[in-house]
Write a protein that binds this ligand. Structure first.
Ligand code: BES
Ligand code: MG
Ligand code: ZN
Length: 486
């Protein structure tokens, strides 16, 4: 999908304009000819400006084959997400009509500021036209090209470029996260990381034997049950001189059977999405290097397959993490915290970062607590939480903070080791998992984002055109916004 801008509408197969409740015109479209105007005014009455409602009308005009009206709802209720959501609907309509191109008139300033308008239009359209059809014999036709009608300026053009990179990063994340577990192992992820590395972004992969030798006891234990060997993937992006980096960590369990503490069969296939945290980090790293942001950023992705078998780790085992702390394993299905703890400790020790943010499909309890549209954030630093929350508001990748006090830390104490890898029964499962992670970070501002509910579309997920079935790429837009507003 190519995107360009024009200062006024040219010849197009589909001219799209927004309408707002109680405004009896299509924003940005003036008079055309008396016949067409009549049809349009009736269509406006039909549409009523209701959020997400779309009307397509053929026109007798040669330069415009059809006009599309898209309702944005009432003026007071319009947010970034409204425009992203409705733009996505428009793009899907254009594809459904098998068009080669379509034109969207950017809404006027009283609806949304132009930079944010074009950002949402581009993100909404691009993300909504992505479809995971790698394994379908019959592929979709190419996505139609988009023209945005807006008065051009440097600021607008760079916002569009930016949004294209952001959407591409999200799509990159989705397309890896959607891969089935037989086609995506830890070494596949390592190869994806290599493909995005370049002169400013170095890629290092630690193999099974190196992990063992260097004391990554969590990654080694979880990974030992699978013939698809564990990897620790490190992407080191350096584009600022002597600045301390920000470290991003992402859980990448390419398939989580639960191991010896085997999961029930129902929906076990969805555990191919247990790599989503790592995929989010890959998408962010790719986008940052394309944006050429003048920062230092490190992406660390511990990747394993959690399988039962003769060589698997077991309940009762006591292992030693990278930071030297010992863990009594009580449930091999609580594997994410083990591999993350190694990665967090490694990140803090080797990079002395300004901040560490981790993403993980860590607990089923997160879905019980917050559902499938909001992620949990748990942190040791208020300022970091605040910044991420601000980005969350702009990007509509929603997060909600959960508490983490000493009482929760006490819940993971073990009789025989420094910690155990589960809490007490099912109480506060998301927080006790975070309590475990907190033990891996000594002094760095750290935030943990549990994306178990939001990383892919589940039965209770709110339908959005820009989140078609499958992985959502949650976190990519959130953290790109955070990094660009530091
Ligand atoms: N990957 C799962 C968490 C998960 C489950 C995410 C369902 C999304 C949907 C994680 O490894 C896990 O199994 N966690 C256990 C922890 C428990 C054994 C303490 C869980 O949530 O049940
Ligand atoms: Mg598990
Ligand atoms: Zn898991």
């Amino acid at each position: 999908m190519k995107i360009k801008t024009e200062s006024s509408a040219r010849k197009t197969q589909l001219l799209c304009g927004f309408i707002v409740e109680k405004y009896d015109k299509i924003l940005g479209i003036g008079k055309i000819d008396s016949k067409t105007d009549l049809v349009i005014s009736q269509a406006i009455k039909d549409n009523e400006g209701k959020l997400g409602r779309i009307n397509v009308i053929p026109t007798p005009s040669k330069s415009t084959q059809r006009i599309l009206l898209a309702g944005l709802g009432s003026k007071e209720s319009i947010t970034n997400d409204t425009i992203r959501f409705v733009s996505g609907k428009i793009a899907q309509k254009a594809k459904e009509l098998k068009l080669k191109e379509f034109t969207i008139i950017s809404p006027p300033n009283f609806v949304s500021d132009p930079v944010s308008s074009v950002t949402q239009i581009v993100e909404g359209c691009k993300m909504s036209l992505y479809k995971f059809d790698k394994f379908k014999s019959e592929k979709d036709q190419d996505s139609p090209d988009l023209t945005i009608v807006i008065s051009k300026s440097k600021k607008i053009l760079s916002a569009i470029k930016n949004a294209e990179i952001t959407a591409d990063g999200t799509i990159f994340t989705k397309s890896i996260a959607n891969l089935p577990p037989n086609e995506c192992t830890p070494s596949t992820l390592a190869n994806f990381a290599k493909t995005i590395s370049n002169s400013k972004m170095k890629c290092t992969i630690f193999s099974k034997s190196e992990l063992k030798k260097r004391g990554f006891g969590g990654i080694s234990a979880v990974g030992q049950g699978s013939k698809n060997e564990p990897k620790l993937i490190v992407l080191d992006y350096k584009n600022a001189r002597n600045e301390k980096p920000i470290v991003l960590v992402g859980k990448a369990v390419t398939f989580d059977t639960g191991g010896i503490s085997l999961k029930p069969g129902d929906k076990m296939d969805e555990m191919k999405f247990d790599k989503c945290g790592g995929c989010t980090v890959l998408g962010i790293m790719k986008a940052i290097s394309e944006l050429k942001l003048p920062i230092n950023l490190v992406g660390i992705i511990p990747s394993v397959e959690n399988m039962p078998g003769g060589e698997s780790y077991r309940p009762g085992d006591i292992i030693k993490l990278y930071n030297g702390k010992t863990v009594e394993i009580l449930n091999t299905d609580a594997e994410g915290r083990l591999i993350l703890a190694d990665a967090l400790a490694y990140g803090e020790k080797h990079y002395s970062p300004k901040a560490i943010i981790d993403f993980a499909t860590l607990t089923g309890a997160c879905i019980v607590a917050l559902g499938t549209n909001v992620a949990a954030i748990i942190s040791n630093n208020e300022n970091l939480t605040k910044k991420i929350t601000n980005s969350s508001k702009r990007t509509t990748e929603e997060v909600w903070e959960l508490p983490l006090n000493q009482d929760y830390m006490d819940m993971i104490k073990s009789d025989v080791a420094d910690m155990k890898n589960v809490g007490i029964g099912r109480a506060a499962g998301t927080i006790t998992a975070a309590a475990f992670l907190k033990n891996a970070v000594e002094k760095t501002p750290w935030a943990h984002v549990d994306i178990a509910g939001v990383a892919w579309t589940q039965t209770a997920t709110k339908e959005k055109p820009y989140n078609p079935k499958g992985a959502t790429g949650f976190g990519v837009r959130l953290i790109l916004d955070y990094l660009q507003n530091l």
